[in-house]
Design a protein around this ligand. Structure first.
Ligand SMILES: *[C@@H]1O[C@H](CO)[C@@H](O)[C@H](O)[C@H]1NC(C)=O
Ligand SMILES: *[C@@H]1O[C@H](CO)[C@@H](O)[C@H](O)[C@H]1NC(C)=O
Ligand SMILES: *[C@@H]1O[C@H](CO)[C@@H](O)[C@H](O)[C@H]1NC(C)=O
Length: 502
């Protein structure tokens, strides 16, 4: 009952608040596969301190923020809509969208961009999309961001950074044009991607968007998902070989440079005090790729699993002069950003659908020293299977997911074993547990010490009730779109068929 009541109570509050909405500009940075332990400000011992760490030290550094999925497409769909991946169809046995996927985030979903437009914001995007490209042929672009509420779409990667984009010999010597393309709005501008200048060009386009919005006296929302720190590790000559941490560190430093350029632009144009900057990672790091994978800090499990290292991510909120610097260990979900942006902008949340995110504005402006989490239960799904939940300081596992053994990882990193391919289901073997396993993840973030279930029967009863209430909201679940059924070679992007080189 509690969870449902709370959800209903949020609505009138949003309406009340909207009259006094602060309406900041919003700049939303997303890193790709950056782990909880990858930033100096989150404890990495050798990563250089950069602009992202400045945000963390001058803003709110969240230490218990969770992604709704440990794969790119479902996680992005969820924070852009405030809804669990399986409510939006962005789930299924293929885990993510592929170049040959003829589907994307359904147009019936309301993205953050569409939401903020209703409050008068100008919306723009540069960077990595990964929520769909074509539906009919190799260039129709039906699922691209300009069809999801973005007024301005600069340089962007419609799909993902891919090993096949790489110039680095560890993978293949030349970029594969069938998997590596850059777009400008709805048109392919480059195939394959010239990675050396990519970050610079993303930054330039984002700056153009900020300048034009300010010139036109418009409030703006900039969505800037970086291609970093996804494989392959690429760098501008300025960053290559400079980090004492190695290639991964170079990649983080180049991304931090991008953040710094945008912060400088906000300052130079005098809008920095009126701009909320949020930085997150979409999920945990891809550990199986060895020195190209990141760090989970003290936790276990990377991308593709549901352990803390898979889904607990850095999240930073920075708004100079408005949000006093602090560390916040409240349990939050990346899906909370959607209703929070609604509240700050004065936009009304859609009322014809269930929103899983909760407004965390009260955490940004706390009235007490220890603000309460707005939620009592956080669910972690793989596809539409409930693998685990977070309740208070506890994580309760209903399934076992076999992690690759340390020996296998070491062999993999020495190149004596082929790269572990969880995409093919090699490591994602789920086993339903006869009895749930309980961990106190605040004391034991590594999920090593299973608590005696007999001491927690009362808590498990409450959790069961909360899950049952949550399940009542899971009506009208669409079919899984991340499925082989929706693949077609006809939709793979190509700028000048059949050559596909521009
Ligand atoms: C691709 O499909 C779109 C939408 O159906 C159509 O307008 C366009 O002409 C097609 N392009 C090609 C090259 O076939
Ligand atoms: C992007 O493409 C759409 C569809 O072709 C067009 O309506 C829009 O004006 C373009 N936007 C920019 C900024 O070029
Ligand atoms: C922005 O806020 C800071 C800190 O409150 C203040 O020092 C600075 O003068 C403000 N800048 C502008 C342009 O108002």
């Amino acid at each position: 009952m509690y969870a449902v009541e709370q959800f209903l109570l949020v609505l009138p509050w949003v309406t009340l608040h909207s009259e006094a909405a602060l309406q900041p500009n919003i700049v939303f940075f997303v890193a790709d596969d950056l782990g909880f332990g990858d930033l100096a400000s989150y404890g990495h011992p050798t990563q250089e301190w950069g602009a992202i760490d400045d945000l963390a030290s001058k803003g709110i550094r969240f230490t218990q923020a969770y992604a709704a999925s440990s794969f790119c497409t479902p996680s992005r769909a969820s924070f852009l809509t405030g809804r669990l991946p399986h409510r939006t169809g962005m789930y299924g046995p293929m885990f993510v969208l592929y170049a040959s996927s003829s589907v994307g985030l359904p147009h019936s979903e309301v993205t953050m961009a569409e939401l903020l437009k209703t409050a008068g914001y100008r919306t723009g995007m540069v960077g990595k999309w990964h929520l769909g490209m074509n539906a009919h042929n190799h260039s129709d672009g039906s699922n691209l961001p300009h069809n999801h509420g973005f007024d301005f779409v600069g340089t962007f990667l419609p799909y993902t950074l891919n090993w096949l984009c790489d110039h680095w010999q560890r993978h293949i010597p030349h970029a594969h044009r069938g998997a590596s393309y850059l777009y400008q709005n709805d048109t392919i501008s480059e195939q394959p991607i010239q990675l050396d200048t990519l970050t610079e060009r993303l930054v330039q386009d984002a700056q153009t968007f900020i300048h034009t919005s300010i010139d036109d006296d418009e409030r703006f929302f900039l969505y800037f998902p970086f291609p970093q720190t996804h494989t392959p590790m690429f760098n501008n000559a300025h960053f290559k070989g400079k980090s004492k941490r190695g290639v991964y560190g170079d990649q983080v430093n180049e991304m931090a440079w991008g953040v710094e350029q945008i912060l400088d632009t906000l300052k130079e144009t005098g809008v920095d005090n009126n701009t909320l900057v949020v930085f997150i990672s979409d999920q945990g790091p891809h550990l199986e790729v060895c020195q190209e994978g990141g760090s989970t800090g003290p936790m276990k499990g990377g991308k593709g699993f549901f352990f803390e290292g898979s889904i607990r991510v850095p999240m930073i909120a920075y708004w100079p002069g408005t949000l006093p610097p602090r560390r916040d260990s409240t349990v939050v979900s990346l899906m909370d950003l959607f209703p929070t942006f609604a509240s700050l902008s004065g936009a009304h949340l859609p009322t014809d659908r269930h929103i899983d995110g909760l407004d965390i504005t009260p955490l940004l402006f706390p009235e007490t020293a220890a603000p309460q989490s707005p939620r009592d239960l956080l669910t972690f799904y793989h596809e539409s299977i409930l693998l685990a939940v977070r309740y208070g300081s506890f994580k309760i596992h209903f399934y076992d997911l076999a992690l690759p053994s340390d020996e296998l990882l070491v062999a993999n990193c020495r190149g004596t074993y082929p790269i572990i391919n969880w995409m093919e289901g090699e490591t994602v073997s789920r086993v339903k547990l006869p009895l749930p396993k309980i961990y106190n993840v605040e004391e034991d973030p590594r999920e090593m010490y299973q608590l005696p279930i007999e001491d927690y029967t009362e808590m498990l009863g409450i959790v069961d009730t909360l899950i049952a209430e949550h399940e009542e909201t899971l009506t009208d679940i669409p079919e899984p779109l991340l499925s082989k059924e929706f693949l077609s070679k006809l939709v793979i992007p190509c700028c000048n068929y059949p050559y596909c080189v521009c």
